[in-house]
Design a protein around this ligand. Structure first.
Ligand code: 2M8
Ligand code: MG
Ligand code: MG
Length: 271
């Protein structure tokens, strides 16, 4: 079994950024030895300390599928297109951040709207918008493949935004709080690559390990579409993201990590 999970709003509470409510399911995964793969829109700088706290040594996916970080030795075969960087095999899928910043400026001009990316904001402003402590907000601004942004005037239609991004060869998605501008990457594409390698590792070709995915927002839809058991958790207001609709979707009863804990414990007990 492989478990792929989003962080903010899923394993982590949206306001406290704590995974405390998911303790029981986390302990169960530990006992089962099932890899927990973190798939986030967070940066590598944000994800590394969190992995340490979780005692997680598995591959992880940063910035909405912008890149995969695979600890050296995870797979006994060479990873295609990977480069070696401080103990990891890194597979880059996304578009360099500098290009995203240039494109964001063009989109702003084209649409004539007040559009602010993390690159336009101070660390204090990012801390204020996210509720992260300043030290962690700083890590969130160290971006490589994905630009989160806000629209100050919500009058701009989502389709116009997506069309303007597409004209630049880019795409838009939405997380819990922010819109995101990115390249030809998403959480599903990056997760699927890991599924292939885990299948190869198992030595049983054509027999992919059973996969479970957990998320809360539109940016998780591509990931949820790739797994055998897609789980959608509730938003802080108790609703489910209306833009995530899939045939076999499991709707967790509980907000964020509470739903994460409940649904995963229940699912694992019947698999
Ligand atoms: C941003 O991501 C969240 C995830 O859903 C969002 O879009 O609301 C990030 O890009 C991330 O780096 C940051 O840690 C997070 C904080 O809430 O916001
Ligand atoms: Mg989320
Ligand atoms: Mg996320």
């Amino acid at each position: 079994i492989l478990i792929f999970t989003d962080l903010d709003g899923s394993l982590l509470d949206t306001t406290t950024y704590s995974y405390q409510a998911a303790g029981e399911a986390l302990a169960l995964l530990e006992r089962l030895g099932a890899p927990l793969i973190l798939v986030s829109s967070k940066t590598r700088s944000e994800m590394e300390p969190l992995r340490l706290r979780l005692n997680n040594h598995h591959p992880f996916i940063v910035e909405n599928g912008g890149a995969l970080f695979i600890p050296r030795g995870t797979f006994p075969f060479p990873i295609e297109k990977a480069s070696t960087r401080n103990g990891y095999e890194v597979v880059e899928i996304g578009t360099p951040y500098a290009r995203l910043r240039t494109a964001l400026n063009s989109i702003r001009e084209e649409l004539g709207c007040r559009l602010l990316g993390f690159g336009d904001l101070s660390v204090e402003e990012v801390a204020h918008l996210t509720g992260l402590p300043a030290a962690e907000a700083l890590l969130a601004t160290q971006r490589e493949y994905d630009e989160p942004f806000i629209l100050e005037d919500e009058g701009v239609a989502w389709d116009r935004l997506c069309a303007a991004a597409a004209a630049q060869g880019l795409r838009c998605t939405r997380g819990g709080r922010f819109y995101h501008l990115m390249g030809a990457n998403d959480k599903g594409i990056a997760s699927r690559m890991l599924m292939w390698w885990y299948e190869r590792l198992s030595g049983r070709d054509g027999q992919r390990p059973v996969t479970i995915g957990l998320g809360d927002s539109l940016n998780d839809r591509p990931l949820l579409a790739e797994v055998d058991y897609p789980i959608l958790v509730r938003k802080p207001d108790g609703s489910y993201d209306p833009d995530v609709q899939l045939p076999h979707l499991i709707r967790a009863d509980g907000v964020g990590p509470v739903g994460w804990n409940r649904s995963l414990t229940a699912l694992l007990s019947r698999l």
